[in-house]
Design a protein around this ligand. Structure first.
Ligand code: ADP
Length: 550
């Protein structure tokens, strides 16, 4: 037999959205999807209802006459209609572009124009924002605006149609499409903590593989017995892949629309028996009091995935002690779909003393999930030793890691099959790694490096401190020196001397101490809830204030 006659050993199934969507439709029809809407109303339906409506959406999109592959944007909170868009848009072969509702009109205008969006599906409370986007020239080329509601509210935007009216007249059947797995599925812009937003394109294949990886017990550990609650917005890196992962395995899904309403979300967690949640540290911090105020402990909750920034130790401690819930640190970026690692303890760690468990949980960004490869390198691109001490630039590769940016922006970040993350990391001998800082946030003092993240964590451990952010200030002698912006707990004061004494007690040495502290009311946040160090740097670029403040 010649090679040509040998049949393929395995089926060449294309890894696309249909494979997940049709599977869920066929096998998980009775499972619930529950959304708490901005109005406070709780909407509830099943995967069977979901798939009928999503097929109606697919027909509606075809009816709008949008070209194959056209970018279709969403500007929406977390809810069932957004989930319909998550599959409805890609299953027609079009590109799902999730817009961040917290961006300014000018930023949104830039991103919509850069992406070339042809249609926007927006929540009703987003129409005033879209009116401003229009005034910034952001709607040029946008042919359709669909409001994700039953009716069109008052607006000065032209030709807006209501989602429910659009869907109501559509058939619930839609012929499956053979979408090649390399077809673009989604477009997300990085939130631009550092520099101008850049687009990242996810393919059907990368999204499928990422969804399966997310379900795994090495990642979010989601199965049919689970009920998921992504508190990370669906407009931010696809809610970390949690909705697709939950759909893949037929997990019950719960969504909470709108800005965080802690009491309502805590109720939802209890009433719907949520088992796994995902969100940034600020969200879990904001929710803790409301969870504590529930009449009983949220016993169904198994674990929380906490990523996007290093969680403070107090947060991990509180969830573990008060609610018996482990907070698992995860690391990733928009460019990595985003999930790349989760800090699950190993079997050998099961009997560690609590103090060590907490330290590991705070510091370790995790073990890479299957398929993801990490490499920590020096400035010459040579891998540094995994000794738990040496810092280097974190590089990453894998089937759901970007190989380029949309429109080939910043090609120098993609280097010999690796993506240069811009994070500074330390690898340990045991396979875990630690995010020491972002390259741009690391403080270079007299040729030595100081980690702002480490210093923040230490200062936040002071009893009188609620929050702290450390930034680099230009310095004529040392190049850069640390400044700590501190939010004290109510009624407390903090002095520079106290900070120094605390750091000294933790083993820090004099040259690493901050030269200056600033007491502030709150740490500014980016659109996704991370410390906005760009804003802090701009605020404190002025000459130093007196060293001691209250
Ligand atoms: P942006 O770059 O706008 O913040 P991303 O959401 O893509 O948008 O953020 C990715 C960045 O978030 C990473 O490069 C890293 O600096 C930070 N990050 C993510 N997870 C962690 C973590 N567990 N610890 C520290 N930093 C993290």
């Amino acid at each position: 037999m010649s090679d040509a006659d040998v049949p393929p050993a395995m089926m060449d199934t294309q890894l696309n959205s249909w494979l997940l969507f049709a599977h869920a439709e066929r096998h998980h029809g009775e499972v619930e999807i529950v959304s708490r809407l901005v109005s406070g109303e709780v909407h509830r339906y099943t995967y069977a209802d979901y798939s009928r409506r999503t097929r109606q959406l697919m027909n509606a999109l075809d009816g709008l006459g949008l070209a194959a592959g056209a970018p279709v944007a969403t500007l929406a909170w977390n809810h069932h209609r957004h989930l319909e868009c998550y599959f409805g848009i890609p299953c027609t072969g079009r590109l799902l572009h999730t817009l961040n509702v917290r961006l300014s009109p000018a930023e949104l205008a830039y991103i919509i124009q850069d992406a070339g969006d042809r249609a926007i599906l927006a929540d009703p409370d987003m129409l005033p924002l879209l009116e401003q986007v229009r005034d910034h020239g952001g709607l040029a080329g946008v042919e359709h605006i669909v409001v994700l509601a039953a009716d069109v509210p008052d607006t000065s935007l032209d030709g807006v149609v209501a989602y429910e009216q659009l869907l109501a007249v559509q058939p619930t059947d839609y012929a499956e499409r053979d979408i090649p797995e390399s077809t673009p599925l989604g477009l997300c812009y990085t939130s631009g903590t550092t520099g101008r937003p850049k687009g990242v394109v996810y393919t059907h294949r990368s999204t499928f593989l990422h969804a399966l990886a997310v379900t795994s017990a090495a990642a979010m550990s989601i199965g049919p017995s689970d009920c998921t609650l992504p508190l990370v917005p669906m407009f931010h890196a696809m809610a970390w892949g949690m909705p697709q992962a939950a759909l893949a395995v037929g997990a019950k899904q719960v969504f909470a629309a709108g800005p965080l309403d802690a009491a309502a979300v805590a109720r939802l967690i209890a009433d719907e028996a949520v088992t796994v949640g995902a969100g940034v540290p600020t969200v879990w911090l904001g929710l803790a009091d409301a969870l504590a105020a529930l009449e009983s402990r949220p016993v169904a909750l198994r674990h929380l995935i906490c990523g996007g920034a290093q969680p403070p130790r107090t947060l991990i401690e509180r969830y573990l002690r008060e609610f018996g819930v482990p907070v698992l640190q995860a690391w990733g970026m928009t460019e990595t779909s985003p999930l790349a690692s989760v800090a699950w303890p190993r079997h050998a760690h099961r009997d560690l003393p609590e103090a060590e468990v907490l330290t590991r949980a705070r510091t370790q960004a995790g073990l890479p999930i299957p398929g993801v490869d990490l490499s920590v390198r020096d400035e010459n691109g040579v891998e540094v030793p995994a000794d738990g001490e040496t810092m280097g630039d974190l590089h990453v590769r894998g089937p759901w890691v970007a190989a380029s940016y949309f429109k080939n922006a910043e090609p120098d970040k993609f280097d010999g099959g690796w993506f240069r993350t811009g994070d500074v990391a330390i690898s340990a001998t045991n396979g875990y790694f630690v995010i020491a800082d972002r390259t741009k946030d690391l403080i270079k003092s007299g040729g030595e490096w100081i980690s702002s993240v480490d210093m923040e964590a230490q200062i936040m451990a002071m009893p009188q401190v609620f929050e702290a952010a450390v930034i680099a200030m230009p310095d004529p002698r040392w190049q850069e020196r640390p400044l700590a912006a501190i939010v004290p707990n109510p009624g407390e004061t903090v002095t520079l001397e106290q900070v120094h004494a605390h750091l000294a007690a933790q083993g820090w040495v004099r040259w690493q101490f901050p030269d200056r502290i600033e007491v502030i009311e709150q740490v500014p946040r980016t659109s996704v809830g991370k410390f906005d160090k760009k804003a802090l740097r701009a605020r404190f670029a002025a000459p130093p204030a007196p060293a001691t403040a209250t």
